[in-house]
Design a protein around this ligand. Structure first.
Ligand SMILES: *Cc1c(COP(=O)(O)O)cnc(C)c1O
Ligand SMILES: [Zn+2]
Length: 414
């Protein structure tokens, strides 16, 4: 594909290999020419100030000066995700024996998961790079976000998901139109197929494959928002769900950038990763002290996190070890209990990934890995309405009664 020389991706200046440091010009590339390592965006940040950000749009584009997107990005149709609420979670904190806890509730995004952030950035970059179709392999939430963003942008989408996906996520993708393919295989099969298709379809931007360096930067906005919403400071501890591991590494990158730019005070913070035991290759590598992540075959109700061969797994291990955190995993039963605990204590209904994170928070607190006195943030990355099957067997109305006062009294509900 011919790249226009005048590509405007804001403060982004080049692509750099995470493994060997080799640098190349911005373009539709994702693997290093020298060593096939993953590419990462390099920046030259101009004047970025708290006041400038605060005066920006009430969505992720307030941070456009820190993202690989055109300066005028807010003027093109996109889904405008971000600035989701940071909920002070005193009752959940009390239930777990923590002092100060916040839930970053990313179910408030346009398609109800954090994926709208990464897709919005991928769409903006993909347009600038000349792609015509927005595509992805997905475990569900990404399919929602890509189909919606493409619809909003007036371009074609092509999304590929495992055929055993939750019915809710199938419907909430199909409704946006576009090309929507279910594939008889698990996510890792779908991902491999997408890479093969990307090799043939030159004007298809597979957001998490061939424009992955741009896509991944969208997760930084979670880190920026948490710091801004805490009054421009960093938490002491943060617990983040891990699928490919991209979100976790980019929240850390955001915190590092804020420190370097002087937007927050430099201080130590610890990053913790959360996985479901039925797909916990990063937690296993962490516990065994390994640098490489051995792929697994996923078997968990937390389908949005069911990536058996996580692209950013080794980088998650780097971040967690550098900051003094950990990666922990929890059973599907604990995931369901985590969903219910968050709903019961804070009125927030998270999806299975949120259940993984809450249950991991609990486990890390019980084992003493987390400091109960330190300020902690957890991410609720998706909406419980998309994974109703997880709670359907275990929640129900309190009673069913006739429409009479006698029936109410007899049921012992007062
Ligand atoms: C995709 C996803 C994640 C994590 O994504 P990474 O691949 O680790 O960046 C977390 N929660 C939900 C709900 C997701 O859909
Ligand atoms: Zn390289």
């Amino acid at each position: 594909m011919a790249v226009t020389p005048a590509v405007d991706l804001g403060p982004a200046t080049a692509l750099t290999c995470r493994e060997c440091g080799h640098t190349r010009d911005l373009g539709p590339f994702y693997a290093c020419e020298e060593c096939f390592g993953p590419l990462e965006i390099a920046y030259d940040f101009g004047d970025v100030s708290r006041a400038g950000i605060e005066a920006g749009p009430r969505n992720i584009w307030r941070y456009r000066g820190l993202l690989p997107v055109p300066a005028a990005v807010a003027e093109t149709p996109n889904t405008e995700p971000g600035l989701t609420r940071l909920v002070r979670a005193d009752q959940l904190a009390e239930a777990l024996g923590l002092r100060r806890l916040w839930v970053k509730d990313d179910s408030g995004n346009p398609t109800h998961s954090f994926k709208d952030r990464v897709v919005a950035v991928a769409l903006a970059a993909a347009r600038e790079l000349g792609f015509k179709v927005l595509a992805c392999p997905s475990t569900g939430n990404l399919a929602n976000a890509v189909a919606a963003a493409a619809a909003r942008a007036g371009i074609r989408s092509a999304v590929f998901v495992p055929s055993d996906l939750e019915q809710q996520k199938i419907l909430t993708t199909a409704v946006y139109g576009g090309t929507f393919v279910t594939v008889d295989g698990n996510y890792d099969d779908v991902n491999r197929l997408a890479s093969e298709i990307a090799g043939e379809q030159e004007d298809w931007a597979f957001v998490n494959v061939n424009v992955r360096p741009y896509y991944a930067e969208g997760s930084k906005t979670l880190g920026y928002e948490i710091a801004e919403q805490l009054g421009w400071r960093l938490p002491d501890q943060i617990v983040i769900p891990v699928a490919s591991g991209s979100q976790l590494t980019k929240i850390d990158k955001a915190f590092q950038e804020l420190i370097k730019l002087g937007l927050v005070e430099d201080k130590p913070y610890r990053v913790f990763g959360a996985q479901a035991t039925g797909c916990s290759p990063v937690a296993a590598a962490f516990k065994q002290g390994h640098d490489v992540v051995r792929p697994v075959k996923p078997d968990t109700i937390a389908k949005s996190l069911a990536i058996g061969n996580p692209a950013d797994g080794p980088y998650v291990l780097d971040v967690v070890r550098r900051t003094g955190g950990a990666v922990e995993d929890v059973s599907d039963e604990q995931v369901v209990e985590g969903i219910r605990l968050l709903a019961r204590t804070e009125g927030v209904f998270g999806e299975t990934a949120g259940g993984v994170t809450v249950a991991t928070l609990r486990k890390l607190t019980e084992t003493g890995a987390l400091d109960p006195e330190a300020e902690t943030v957890i991410i609720n990355s998706g909406d419980g309405l998309k994974t109703l099957d997880a709670v359907a067997p275990v929640v129900a109305p309190t009673a069913n009664i006739a429409p009479t006062l006698e029936a109410f009294r007899a049921a012992g509900l007062a």
